[in-house]
Design a protein around this ligand. Sequence first.
Ligand code: HMG
Length: 377
Amino acid sequence: MASKQPIDYFADFSHVGIASIGLHFPPLALPIVELAKLRNVDPDKYLIGLGCKEMALCPEDYTVVELATVAAKRALSRWQGENKNIGMIAVGTESAVDMSRPLSAWVAANLGLKGAIRSYEAKHACYGGTLALRQAIEWKLAGIAGQKAALVIAVDEALYEQQDPGEPTQGAGAVAMIIDDPVIAHVEPFSYPWSEPVFDFYRPVGCAYPIVDGKFSLECYCQAVKACYQALINGRDPEKVLAEFHALCFHVPFPKMVKKALASLGKLLNWDEEKINNLFKQKVDPTMDWNRLCGNAYTASLWIAVANTLKNLDQDKRIAAFSYGSGFGSELLTLSAGPAAAQGAWAKDVEEDIKQRHYISAADYQALRKRKTKTII
Ligand code: HMG
């Protein structure tokens, strides 16, 4: 009897990744200083204490459906493939507009996509977009996607109750990615997940806004960063492992959170403050430039940082991407830039949205919050 050949499941792994990216920020923004004025808070608490700058906001008639559709149209318009070759639409969000019908159905309707397509919504707080992306990657790696590509969208509008400590961290945005040939980035097949069932931030059915144990959520986030990075390092020299990466991207609930998480990782590795600060300055802080313009966009936050980092990146340069969703689930992914990353075609989405958006005052913000009757899901 002939001996069985071992199956090489990842034989084709270098051929899967991000083929196109589209972003969208909504048409309104509130400078964080305006919110500080309204709440009678020293602006430096928000600017320095949290690292926030501007908060993207949706007008009352603008939902995650519009956000996701614009981002998807932009990604599809720059993709080399044809819409008829989309075989999966997976939307990660925690701003669902219906308890049953997935957000992907609204987006598919707006894009005119139907047929032999797996269409669904993925939920795990801010981690949902990463789950959608991982599922699309694994669908391609499994060999069952054939020549089809996946449209993955991470989209959210993050709103807290007014005067909640989380209010200055609000934001909104969408990132759409076509998972196909890795012309923009190769997503490496192995990743490092870590989850713990906790109640750090959650929104029970019937509640319009999340219930947040703020300080505990910071601890959970730090715990997740340490666990995922320890798995990546896996007993090797941490300095050598981290030197392999051009940049380290994180989920960005607010920029100071990322700094705190890196500090807790550095402490675990017995690094001194100077070494941690240098790593932050060189490989982390620049990844968050676009996040500072939109605030926390929940599922989209990590992918906004990744998109910002990939633009203009030379081929084969590697980046790490840490995803965190309350509840909590987290996963550390590694990617490398493809040949089209250097062109950074998607940067103009952000430039255009920032140029066209309208900056509102504190009074406008209050009026907007009054008009926005949030659908309770
Ligand atoms: P707080 O209690 O109002 O703020 O809320 P604080 O008193 O802790 O101050 C914040 C920082 O500002 C402190 O710095 C102060 O010292 C500083 P730190 O000590 O932490 O380094 N500060 C000042 N700095 C300069 N000048 C001043 C000044 N005054 C104070 N005058 C909190 C902070 C983060 C708890 C709140 O914003 C919150 O609840 N946010 C929402 C929860 C959150 O974002 N958690 C992050 C981890 S969980 C996560 O990422 C998941 C999430 O995205 C949801 C999902 O997964 O779906 C949120």
